[in-house]
Design a binder for this molecule. Structure first.
Ligand code: NAD
Length: 430
């Protein structure tokens, strides 16, 4: 096990197509710091992760061959509580990406006022190449390699790209076996039967829908007359689309990786199966019109929700977007250049760190349930999520109104203020 220094994470300016999560995270930190009275030393500390673990994860393949993978866990800041963030299994996982994403988690937890800091990790592996048994062995060994740096009071991982509730179950079991006690709070996003929370899977999409509803109200529009397009009809996109549809909005278009469907009278979102529920069902659905993913982004709708992958709204297409409001379901769907274009065009963008934060918020509820050994009902989870989202929404809205800044800057100002105040109050050790 070795530790990278923050030097490894230094980023330089580059074009938007290769802008890394770390560059974006640092840019946002700088922008937010310009608006508030925050100590330069605190900002300097927040540019760097506290620690990055890099581990080798040997795996005996089913055919008896041994393969060694590299895993990471970046821990950005824990001034407000244990590090919190996902573990992804993807061939392109690397230290810099984990550091950038762990920084985003610091802001996301802070904007929601959760007692967590930011973490992120993963293994550079293509999970589709592994059998279920290989994934289990890999996860158990990864849990063992990270055993010293994770824990319910230290760092609490969760599922991310390429990992799921089952992965978390294996991770939790491996950790618990070594500790000699069942420790459900070491990870969140577990199946409910072993300490997972009801409503966790739907939570990020639900929070996107709640924030969209609040934004529509803020701009004095009527949800019943609002039209919506959702790129990426997966866990986040489908849950957001279905909630908005249920609350009265017309979801005109949704897409998956293969393409988009469009119905000017509004789609039946319960009838359209998400990618995971039935692959190929979105583009295979009989709708009046089929579109490309690019065309969906440029549809003349009231609200556009990019909920698939990062960097889809760029300098190349931002001028062609016709939506009046953008709500970020995915992490980082808007590049820095596109953001400036939307600002100039007066198109509000509700940022990911607020909009999809329902996921980490219900993870926090799960952690509370695990510590107290008491499961909440789905109704309680959804009610508490609603009230946490409204609290965060009004804190961000206050900054928009008092400072006249964008929604993104407002969210980062709220987050940085909370983190910086905590750092200032605790002081520097030694
Ligand atoms: P998912 O795999 O369930 O769904 C992704 C959807 O996007 C699928 O319909 C897929 O077909 C589609 N897609 C993939 N690549 C695409 C492309 N290039 N163009 C158009 N569509 C494409 O994933 P998810 O969990 O819904 O996550 C979506 C985004 O939301 C990611 O950015 C993720 O980081 C973010 N997010 C997820 C959670 C969570 O807990 N699920 C929480 C917060 C943020």
């Amino acid at each position: 096990m070795s530790q990278l220094t923050s030097k490894d994470a230094d980023a330089t300016e580059t074009d938007e197509s290769s802008e890394s999560a770390l560059m974006t995270a640092r840019r946002q930190l700088k922008r937010a710091a310009a608006h508030i009275d925050v100590d330069d030393g605190v900002v300097e500390r927040l540019k760097h992760p506290t620690k990055v673990q890099r581990v080798s994860v040997p795996l005996k393949r089913d055919d008896g061959e041994l393969e060694v993978f590299t895993g990471f866990r970046a821990q950005h800041d824990d001034v407000r509580g244990p590090y919190k963030g996902g573990l992804r299994y993807h061939p392109e996982v690397n230290a810099e990406e984990c550091i950038g994403l762990s920084m985003w988690m610091t802001w996301k937890c802070a904007v929601m006022d959760l007692p967590f800091g930011g973490g992120k990790g993963g293994i550079a592996v293509d999970p589709k190449r592994l059998s279920n048994e290989e994934k289990e062995r890999l996860t158990r060994r990864f849990a063992e390699e990270l055993r010293d740096v994770v824990g319910p009071k230290q760092d609490v991982p969760a599922p991310d790209m390429g990992t799921d509730a089952q992965t978390m179950a294996w991770f939790m079991d491996a950790y618990s076996m070594q500790r000699g006690e069942t420790t459900p709070g070491v990870v969140t996003g577990k199946p409910p039967v072993i300490g997972g929370s009801y409503g966790r899977e739907e939570a990020p999409g639900r929070s996107v829908a709640i924030v969209t509803r609040e934004a529509i109200d803020y701009y004095d529009w009527n949800l019943d007359e609002t039209t919506v397009a959702v790129q990426g009809y997966g866990s986040v996109g489908a849950n957001a689309a279905r909630a908005l549809d249920e609350w009265g909005a017309d979801v005109l278009a949704v897409s998956d990786v293969d393409g988009a469907i469009f119905d000017p009278r509004g789609l039946d979102t319960k009838g359209v199966m998400a990618h995971d529920e039935r692959p190929g069902m979105v583009s295979g659905y009989e709708a009046p019109q089929q579109l490309s993913n690019e065309e969906l982004l440029e549809l003349d709708v009231d609200v556009l929700i990019p909920a698939a992958v990062g960097n889809v709204l760029t300098a190349n297409n931002a001028d062609d977007v016709e939506a009046d409001l953008i709500v970020e379901g995915a992490n980082g769907p808007t590049t820095f250049a596109a953001d400036s274009i939307f600002e100039r065009r007066d198109i509000p963008v509700i940022p990911d760190i607020l909009a999809n934060a329902g996921g980490v918020t219900v993870s926090y509820f799960e952690w509370l349930q695990d510590i107290n050994r008491r499961q909440w009902t789905l109704d309680r989870v959804n009610n508490e999520l609603e009230s946490e989202m409204l609290k965060a929404w009004s804190a961000v809205r206050d900054e928009v109104e008092t400072r006249g800044v964008t929604w993104r800057d407002a969210a980062y100002i709220v987050a940085l203020n909370r983190v910086a105040t905590a750092k200032g109050t605790r002081g520097l050790w030694p």
